[in-house]
Write a protein that binds this ligand. Sequence first.
Ligand SMILES: Cc1cc2nc3c(=O)[nH]c(=O)nc-3n(C[C@H](O)[C@H](O)[C@H](O)COP(=O)(O)O)c2cc1C
Length: 202
Amino acid sequence: MTKQFHDHVLGDPALDQLFREARSYNGWVDKDVTEEQIRIIYDLLKMGPTSANMQPARLVWCKSKEAKEKLAEFASDANKKKILTAPLCVIIGYDIDFHEELPWLFPHTDARSWFEGDVEGRIKGAARNSALQGAYLMLAARAIGLDCGPMSGIALDKVTEAFFADKPMYRADWICSIGYGDASTIFDRSPRPEFDKFNRID
Ligand SMILES: Cc1cc2nc3c(=O)[nH]c(=O)nc-3n(C[C@H](O)[C@H](O)[C@H](O)COP(=O)(O)O)c2cc1C
């Protein structure tokens, strides 16, 4: 039966785990993330909304030592270790030609034609929606008890070249280490603005 009402509010432990106590980690305890966990994260994140269900994210889950070394080579010095010591580091890329998949991803209308010939619009849409998918990824990972360490301090052109050589319309956009965070590797929480600082209700 279709669920009609969302009357179940998550309790404080879930909200703490997803948001209030979740941190961006710089270091990791020595505990593996399994392929099963990777697939669970993906099966959750893919349910998050994207424009016209475009699903533009193209993810490379760097789990092997070789893959992490290949990735870390392009990272800033400070970020290298945050990749190499993590059990997993995900490349969040996007496909500028995501529209080619729309006939099956958004089958009830001809959404492919909305994007044909508009490369600039497609880049904008792919970047926006793949970033959303990356956010769903972090929340999914946190929901199953893992921690995240998002990073953009890496030569993204080089990552694109090295990991998407056979996909000329894919672009790497940022990366995210995933594992069990080592609490000794984080600073105090940086301030978060109160509602009135950057919001208004019209
Ligand atoms: C897209 C993105 C890029 C980031 N790039 C880096 C990075 O290159 N190196 C790094 O150490 N932290 C990076 N961070 C981590 C942020 O500094 C961190 O998420 C922020 O300060 C909030 O920290 P908290 O989650 O522990 O409160 C990045 C975060 C995001 C979301």
